[in-house]
Design a binder for this molecule. Sequence first.
Ligand code: ADP
Ligand code: MG
Length: 325
Amino acid sequence: EKPDSTMTNKNGMVMKIQTPIRTDSFKSSYDVVGKTLGRGKFAVVKKCVEKSTGKEHAAKYLKKMRRGQDCRSDIIHEIAVLEYAKSNPFVVSLHEVYETTKEMILVLEYAAGGEIFDQCVADETFPERDVIRLTQQILKGVACLHRNNVVHLDLKPQNILLTSSQPLGDIRIVDFGLSRCMDNKEEVREIIGTPEYVAPEVLNYEALSPSTDMWSIGVLTYVMLTGSSPFLGDNKQETFLNISQGNADYSQDVFEGVSSLAIDFIKTLLVQDPRERPSAEDCLAHPWLMGGSKPPTHLHSTLLPSQAEPETSQSESDSEPESPV
Ligand code: ADP
Ligand code: MG
């Protein structure tokens, strides 16, 4: 059930979903509890409890009209990708979908640990051994997406959540609002993403590919290890210049106490030419992540379960600092 060209339009958007869309009252089946979990330009995410089971979920409310345009088909695509990713353990799971006149509500698995962003930017950074484990999980999740021709295109610390923070749990990839299905027919070329985290080919309006996600994983790893964003400038122009010149600081004071293998790992990803970047599968075999214990055969068996399937999926654009490029 991976998306193929018969199911997608020329922009790599899937147009059909399997999940039934409920039109009865969301509030009669769920209690909305606590404070808002997150907020984007067109979405609000709230914690809720399913009355019949007592189970916690995250409800993502997506406006159908955005800037005067009907965006229902974008939401359908987001749902479709989540359906494809159903068997991907590192992608948030979709429980139910509701529709009202103005909104669609995606009822998602609740990731109680919140954003990786809050853990590594606000507080002190993760110990390297934790970053190794989290990076392996991100790579396994993304490898599975890529095997199914799905590229996320918005991988960043706000879209990587944790099942718990103390003790540190597992990652869940969310927000498939910008994702695309690439059935290597037509080229996908769009200006999307979040300035700090986008790859050079996005800025240059060149073809996007799974390698575009690999650049973002390089940025993510940099942020998790250092607590700082490698290309962030004082303004958008400066940030774009830093990206297109590959201006990242790899000095000892930024990477204090971090292994040279980790730095090498990041450098292999943050290269300008997308064709030179390793794939997610390649990355899993990098010495930094192989760290003595697991032989490649083991990694292989966990990576290729029987024949993985689906894809991913989730929401939309992020909250604040997300001005589209
Ligand atoms: P947007 O498209 O607006 O960026 P996201 O899907 O990224 O929407 O959700 C916005 C924010 O809401 C996330 O960055 C995260 O903080 C929170 N969030 C989203 N999904 C969940 C979830 N399943 N569990 C807990 N928090 C979530
Ligand atoms: Mg987001």
